[in-house]
Design a binder for this molecule. Structure first.
Ligand SMILES: NC(=O)c1ccc[n+]([C@@H]2O[C@H](COP(=O)([O-])OP(=O)(O)OC[C@H]3O[C@@H](n4cnc5c(N)ncnc54)[C@H](O)[C@@H]3O)[C@@H](O)[C@H]2O)c1
Length: 358
């Protein structure tokens, strides 16, 4: 990944977790490493990582946070700062973030701010983290008044992806991650989309060769988008929000309790594609193709028991944040999207009402 702020490698392989130490010897780091993970991931992978690092001559201090979104707080970050100070972690000591997006965002935020920035290494272990959150430099924590409100752009020195770790990811989390993968196909890569269509079964079974190829393609797409719009200035990075307008509103309307993020994004992509179809941007065939792929990955395309008003209310909160216009990311074909500010409210309402019923 090459941005104005930084340039860093993303290494992808299967069963490579224990080799991190050897790869780090090429970086100018102190011997001391702060390994941060969550309780679930640490129970499975921390000794592998720790032993590998120690074999390469590093000394490892480890900190586990409770698994789950609840750990992405300033309070948790403060506890980590205290621990880093007590353990005399210094400027060139790397923070290694081992886990899903929660650990990556939290440990990344700590790395960005502790001593005004210490080296960050991402070891993403969830599908969302491998194809999305570990790439691009967004780090942060939640605030009681909203998600991801406190944060920074802070690029890691290395992203080290061991795709074999997906084998222990809970099934529902894995399924949710496929939504982001389908999203990349829709926004940027028709070949990826076709590949996904042909390889549903082998991907769901996590067959190494195809899995690594797909993850690599997603990383490349995310890297390309981020390279062009590192800090969300030009608006180009917004294409990554395909499916997120309705998806985010659904999550908010249900108090972030009912849907995993990817599940909401899958429903959001169905909604955006229905809107695009109604506006004449895509044909019914493309809507159908996307729908078939979403369903093939066992993701939802509709919802029930969520009040239309609650979704609209959540969207209008987002709208206020975005200065009164909702910008929709809409497909124009498989592999390309446009950003439109002129989607009629009545059409959005109609589509949501239809999807809520079906
Ligand atoms: N920074 C970004 O650009 C960006 C992008 C997308 C999402 N995010 C953030 O990422 C977070 C969601 O990430 P997530 O979906 O990875 O959630 P998560 O980190 O909570 O992980 C999901 C669950 O799976 C467990 N887990 C992770 N890897 C595992 C493995 N290999 N084996 C067994 N269990 C494993 C975790 O302990 C957790 O219980 C949200 O906070 C979201 O805001 C950030």
């Amino acid at each position: 990944v090459k941005t104005r702020q930084a340039r860093y490698p993303v290494l992808i392989g299967s069963g490579i977790l224990s080799e991190l130490g050897a790869h780090l010897s090429g970086f100018s780091l102190s011997r001391k490493i702060a390994l941060i993970s969550d309780t679930n991931v640490a129970a499975i992978y921390s000794s592998l990582v720790q032993d590998g690092l120690e074999a390469a001559g590093f000394s490892v201090n480890a900190f586990w946070v409770p698994a789950g979104e609840e750990s992405k707080t300033l309070d948790q970050a403060a506890q980590i700062y205290t621990w880093l100070i007590e353990n005399k972690i210094e400027r060139r000591s790397a923070i290694v973030a081992l886990g899903g997006g929660v650990v990556g965002d939290l440990a990344g935020f700590v790395a960005a701010t502790f001593l005004r920035g210490v080296p960050l290494i991402h070891l993403p272990t969830s599908l969302v983290a491998q194809v999305d959150s570990s790439i691009g430099g967004k780090v942060g924590v939640n605030h009681p008044l909203g998600k991801n409100l406190i944060g920074a752009f802070y690029q890691p020195e290395l992203v080290f992806i061991d795709t074999e770790t997906l084998g222990t990811l809970p099934r529902r989390e894995l399924t949710s991650g496929w939504a982001e993968v389908i999203k990349y196909g829709m926004i940027a890569d028709d070949e990826l989309f076709s590949l996904l269509e042909g390889e549903v079964r082998s991907l769901k079974n996590l067959e190494t060769e195809i899995l690594n190829k797909v993850i690599r393609t997603c990383v490349q797409i995310k890297a390309r988008v981020v390279e062009q719009d590192e800090r969300e200035v030009s608006g180009y990075r917004m294409i990554l929000n395909y499916g997120h307008t309705l998806g985010h509103a659904l999550e908010a309307a249900t108090g972030y309790q009912r849907f995993l993020h990817g599940e909401a994004v899958a429903i959001g992509m169905e909604g955006a594609a229905r809107i695009a179809t109604a506006m004449g941007l895509i044909s019914e065939d493309i809507l159908e193709r996307q729908r078939r792929l979403i369903e093939a990955f066992s993701l939802p395309i509709s919802y029930s028991d969520v009040a239309l008003e609650a979704i609209q209310e959540a969207m209008s909160v987002d709208k206020k944040v975005a200065e009164e216009v909702v910008r929709w990311v809409l497909p124009v074909r498989v592999g390309a999207v446009v950003i439109r500010k002129d989607v009629p409210g009545s059409l959005v309402e109609k589509v949501m009402a239809e999807m809520g019923k079906s």
